[in-house]
Design a protein around this ligand. Structure first.
Ligand code: FMN
Length: 722
């Protein structure tokens, strides 16, 4: 229910945002009317001569087109389009017309119908605004956060009655609720002329203090004197009972003169603030999901698929080369452009890296696997695949993408370029080749490419076993602390590359600390791998045994930090996070939680952790309990699959808490999943597909697509290993 309310609150707010701004701003101008008028009219010495007034009107405006007139001096009257006229002399007083009245008049028509006769639309928008404000209060009491959306929540909650005032009274006005009752009702009425109304009323009541006369509903005329309001029809004169409080006086801010005007002005400012902060927060979140740049008339598209940022930086350098020659190009992450968009360009330049074991970067896999045969017919591309030949599947990710593109019918412009570690020279050759072929004349050789990071020494400063391996089947897990130079920057979720021996492929370990919190201190959580070789002999993993057993305190190894931006904690520390880990997948999350523990007002953390036995391999049990005790972890769910009294996996917890998880995501939470690809990775995907399908009533294919889009938008990030 809350989820539905949030969707309504958000989407109605976004769709009607421009209309709300127009209504609110014009309403704020109108709220100043009682302020400008000071809550009371000027009092005059001279009694009004209604005979002179009607005579003036009849001679100057025989068609009776004037809609309203008001007193502008002792003997002067503002006759609308005819300006201000002195009744004694019949003289027109130029420049004396009431500017404020004109401004308020136009603004009022705008506020009521956008000057386009759209009264019905304004009525619907007012209902919608009321609905949004009411839905907002049902979304729960917010925690204080110093972010734009944090202010949106706080202002909306604390000042709810003020936010409600204008839309509620607006809707009441349109429904004629709590208004001064009118002695006349809709129907066929004869329209009374202003002059006739003045005569008719003048015969029965004293009009010597008349202040204004204006056409009113159903052909009537409303007259205001210093102490009375009269409604005149063709045959009758009604005295209206003054009513201080009504939906109209509250909406117009006239119930207490200037004060109530100011109050409504502030209420309008509040509504404007809520609309704008809501809109900007939504826009920022959306923009963060896609870094795209588009140029008018672009014939070339540059896309990248990057895990640790190298392919992205290279793609940005490629973009710069075009920009310097003033050649329009479009640019962005692979997943930001649908297959059909590729066909619009003469050529698409692709830079794609490899991660895992020959995989494409996380957020592009769904895009590539969704390509259907023929979907890319007519698209032309050239690909640079980044990789490292020390891995078994050299440039496997880029090559997978290339195969998928060719199978979908795209044409390749040039042979693919495979890059082994340092991309600089092969990239220059590739772009120079394309530049010559298409006559772009790019200055590729003048472009500066980031130097390849050659790594740094890391010294072992601490190591402790995280579990008591009472169970043969459990691998031993270690927390390892390494000291690197303090100028090396890293965030939780970045990878530490460690090469156990010459020519061997580097292994990557997730970093569980933040250089901003513990400068130079890299924390890893490493599982000591062991397997049986062909002869059935127990063999230890090369890299893990080097870190867990061989490396001695004070000894060093050459390591490299690979940034993994998609798996770093959210930049906005108030963003709620859900961390799902199995076994050593807890590694980065220790850093995530430690980072939040170091900050005040950090957003909520929900950790789901699973392993085999509570007693034995509940990694970091004490630290997690402490963080839960101090409120840093707001929710902690565990699952121990081999404990007879539990026998659950962490993904069972995910399934059980599914509606809460989806609600968190809808409210902007980010989900991080870390563990083995073959176990946690696969079953978390399956769980999410079921949850999404149930929540939005989708079939499996559509739910899978939605999951892919959540991954692309950064709502769900995975760091999986084998
Ligand atoms: C965790 C990890 C796994 C990798 N796996 C492979 C691989 O299987 N095959 C390969 O050729 N390169 C592999 N690489 C090397 C990267 O593709 C290479 O460093 C590339 O320049 C990274 O580009 P990126 O920063 O844009 O992701 C791997 C790198 C990392 C960090």
């Amino acid at each position: 229910m809350k989820a539905l309310l949030l969707q309504l609150h958000r989407w109605i707010g976004l769709v009607l945002f421009p209309v709300f701004v127009l209504i609110i701003v014009s309403g704020m101008v109108l709220a100043l009317k009682p302020v400008v008028e000071g809550g009371g009219a000027v009092s005059y010495q001279t009694a009004v001569d209604t005979t002179a007034l009607t005579a003036a009107l009849e001679s100057m405006d025989p068609e009776q087109s004037v809609r309203s007139l008001s007193r502008a001096g002792e003997t002067a009257w503002n006759l609308g389009p005819m300006g201000v006229v002195d009744l004694r002399t019949g003289e027109q007083l130029p420049g004396e017309s009431d500017v404020a009245a004109e401004v308020f008049g136009v603004t009022k028509s705008f506020h009521k119908s956008l000057l386009l006769g759209l009264g019905w639309f304004i009525e619907i928008a007012t209902w919608a605004m009321l609905g949004i404000v009411v839905a907002g209060i049902f979304l729960g009491w917010p925690k204080f956060r110093k972010t734009l959306i944090g202010w949106h929540h706080q202002l909306g909650a604390w000042l709810f009655p003020l936010a409600l005032l204008l839309p509620l009274t607006g809707v009441m006005m349109t429904q004629h609720i709590w208004q001064t009752p009118l002695p006349i009702s809709p129907g066929r009425h004869e329209t009374v002329k202003l002059t006739d109304a003045l005569r008719l009323a003048g015969d029965r009541v004293d009009l010597s203090t008349l202040e204004s006369a204006r056409r009113f509903k159903f052909g009537s005329v409303m007259l205001s004197t210093a102490d009375q309001t009269l409604l005149v029809t063709a045959s009758e004169v009604h005295l209206l009972q003054p009513q201080q409080f009504s939906s109209k006086s509250l909406h117009e801010g006239t119930w207490a003169g200037a004060w109530s005007g100011w109050l409504n002005f502030v209420a309008g400012a509040l509504l404007l603030g809520l609309s704008v902060t809501g809109f900007i927060s939504w826009y920022r979140r959306r923009a963060a999901g896609r870094k795209v740049s588009l140029s008018e008339g672009a014939k070339t598209l540059i896309v990248y698929a990057s895990q640790t940022g190298t392919a992205q930086r290279l793609a940005e350098t490629t973009l710069d080369c075009f920009k310097r020659r003033h050649i329009p190009v479009d640019f962005g992450g692979l997943a930001a452009f649908g297959p059909a968009q590729w066909q619009r360009y003469d050529q698409v330049l692709v830079l794609a890296s490899t991660t895992g074991e020959g995989e494409l970067p996380e957020n592009t896999r769904g895009w590539a696997s969704a390509l259907n045969a023929g979907a890319m017919a007519g698209a032309k591309f050239s690909i640079v695949a980044l990789g490292d030949s020390r891995y078994d599947d050299f440039c496997g990710g880029g090559m997978k993408l290339r195969r998928a593109l060719l199978e979908a019918g795209a044409d390749e412009l040039e042979a693919p370029v495979k890059v082994d570690q340092s991309p600089e020279q092969p990239w220059r050759d590739w772009l120079n080749g394309l530049s010559q072929r298409f006559g772009w004349k790019l200055d590729v050789d003048g472009a500066a490419v980031d130097a390849v990071d050659t790594g740094q020494d890391a010294v072992l400063v601490g190591r402790k076993q995280l579990d008591q391996t009472q169970h043969e089947s459990c691998p031993a897990n270690y927390s390892i602390e390494l000291q690197v130079p303090e100028n090396v920057s890293f965030k939780p979720g970045d990878l530490l590359m460690h090469q156990p021996g010459e020519g061997e492929r580097p292994r990557s370990y997730s970093i569980g600390s933040d250089s901003a919190v513990t400068p130079g201190r890299i924390r890893l959580s490493v599982s000591l791998l062991s397997y049986q070789d062909e002869q059935g002999k127990e063999v230890l993993g090369r890299a893990s045994s080097d870190l867990c057993l061989n490396l001695q305190p004070g000894e060093k190894r050459r390591v490299q930090v690979a940034h993994n931006e998609r798996f770093n904690p959210p930049q906005d520390v108030s963003t709620p996070i859900i961390l799902i880990a199995a076994g050593c997948g807890i590694a980065p999350f220790i850093g995530f939680i430690e980072q939040r523990a170091a900050i005040k007002n950090a957003g909520p953390v929900w950790l789901m952790f699973g392993n085999r036995f509570r007693n034995g391999d509940y990694l970091y049990a004490q630290e997690l309990a402490d963080w839960q005790g101090s409120g840093v972890i707001s929710r902690l769910d565990t699952a121990f699959s081999r404990d007879p009294e539990d026998r659950h996996y962490v993904t069972d917890r995910l399934r059980e808490a599914g509606s809460d998880v989806m609600e968190w995501i809808e409210k902007g939470a980010r989900v991080y999943i870390c563990g083995r690809a073959s176990t946690l990775g696969r079953s978390a995907d399956e769980a999410f597909i079921v949850l999404i399908a149930e929540r939005y009533g989708l079939d499996e294919t559509a739910a899978r697509q939605k999951l892919d889009s959540l991954v692309v938008a950064g709502s769900i990030s995975r760091d999986l290993f084998d």
